[in-house]
Design a protein around this ligand. Structure first.
Ligand SMILES: Cc1ncc(COP(=O)(O)O)c(C=O)c1O
Length: 345
């Protein structure tokens, strides 16, 4: 039986059409700025997000970390939501690579409130680190794919601007937010100095992320990318996958959201499973099996043996993510497997 892999939207494999585009990509040395396919992808990303220029980077982490380095000096403080990817899953790189201190503000499903952010910005004082950057995450991963309303983003970015902070958006799944709300990615991006987004998650490319910003910032980021070891050569082969993804895989993201909602409804019908169906707005479902006598690890193992892969996010708490490589039928099969596994926990 084929495995249904719901661990993340990073597990997708390139489609036949994408592989074809990669195989025939025109390439050149991108460190010299001579890869025509990379140049095309960078221009395409900038245009889509309404910014002057773009930069292709190997990973989402590098997109975030280059942006943090761009906007800060060692000893600065960066405001961030407590469960943001940048603090939880980037290996402590903001402190290592930029020498900054992260100030964590708790949010609701990963979303910050304007009042809390205003209160957390330090006022100039000899003793305190200057707060110089606010980072937001859209959609929010640990928040279960939650989406900031545009109005809240504007409130937050207005406050940050008033206090002289720079603004970075970790938009790893920004296209999922846009698919959900029909607010364009350019509207979401408008009030940020830098925005990063991933080609290798819901968009289905095997590798790559983008940063978009104004021309002067991208020039600095291009140098920083070299400093961080991310200057790549005939990388048009990968950029071609990104172009293909932006052309062919954006309009289908809504399908992933419908599948996630459906799976949440199937989970809700299983005795012992706690899931908030209303909170499922994009491609992630968070659920718990609080009374299970089996351990979290045993549950993961039982699911794997029955053909479904998923991730644990806490004690008997799990996350499933829908993507390009799972179908409506896979949701039905996964729902049945969960029912069987959780009936015996
Ligand atoms: C919100 C968010 N930001 C950044 C990243 C990092 O992306 P990458 O794995 O390409 O470094 C991820 C990866 O899951 C993510 O969920």
């Amino acid at each position: 039986m084929a495995e249904i892999d719901l661990r993340s939207d990073t597990v997708t494999k390139p489609t036949a059409g994408m592989r074809q585009a990669m195989a025939y990509a025109e390439v050149g040395d991108d460190v010299y700025g001579e890869d025509p396919t990379v140049n095309r992808l960078e221009a395409m990303a900038a245009e889509l997000l309404g910014k002057e220029a773009g930069l292709f980077v190997p990973t989402g982490v590098m997109g975030n970390q280059l942006s943090i380095r761009l906007h800060t000096q060692p000893g600065d403080e960066v405001l961030i939501e407590s469960s943001a990817h940048i603090i939880r899953y980037e290996g402590g790189s903001a402190s290592t690579l930029s020498g900054v201190q992260l100030s964590c503000v708790p949010g609701t499903r990963g979303l910050l409130s304007p009042n809390d952010v205003e209160a957390a910005i330090r006022r100039p004082d000899l003793h305190t680190p200057p707060t110089t950057l606010l980072c937001l995450e859209q959609t929010h991963n640990v928040g279960g794919g939650s989406v900031y309303p545009l109005e809240t983003i504007h409130q937050l970015t207005d406050i940050a601007r008033r206090h002289g902070l720079a603004l970075h958006l970790d938009g790893a799944r920004l296209f999922n937010a846009s698919a959900k709300t029909e607010v364009s990615v350019a509207e979401y991006a408008a009030t940020f100095d830098t925005v990063s987004f991933c080609l290798s998650k819901g968009l289905g490319a095997p590798v790559g992320s983008m940063i978009v910003s104004d021309t002067a910032n991208i020039r600095k980021l291009r140098r920083l990318r070299k400093v961080f070891g991310g200057g790549m050569r005939q990388v048009g082969i990968l950029a071609a996958a990104g172009i293909y993804a932006l052309k062919h895989h954006v309009s289908r993201l809504a399908e992933d959201h419908v599948n996630a909602k459906h799976l949440a409804q199937l989970l809700q019908a299983i005795p012992g499973v706690a899931v908030d169906v209303e909170s499922v707005v994009t491609n992630m479902v968070m659920f718990q099996v609080p009374q299970a006598s089996k351990s979290t690890e045993q549950i993961l193992e039982d699911c794997r043996e029955s053909g479904v892969l998923l991730n644990a996010v806490g004690d008997r708490a799990f996350r499933v993510v829908t993507h390009l490589d799972v179908s409506r039928e896979d949701m039905e099969s996964a729902g049945k497997i969960f029912a069987l596994v959780f009936a015996n926990t």
